[in-house]
Design a protein around this ligand. Sequence first.
Ligand SMILES: [Cu+2]
Length: 70
Amino acid sequence: METTTQLNVGGMTCGGCVASVTRVLKQIQGVSDADVSLEAGRAVVRFDPDRTTVDALLSAVERAGFTASL
Ligand SMILES: [Cu+2]
């Protein structure tokens, strides 16, 4: 069963950052959608909790050079 979570993403300054965060999130196995907002500094991520975890989402965003928290 898919679920949706909202992450706070820090360090995004332009559309390129939004594209990067969106890409890294969507590349994770089990993520079906990621909606990233520059203005809000947030990412709404739809994922299957049997296939990935919130920690994996946070780590992926951090590895891409941004901060991430719940
Ligand atoms: Cu940018």
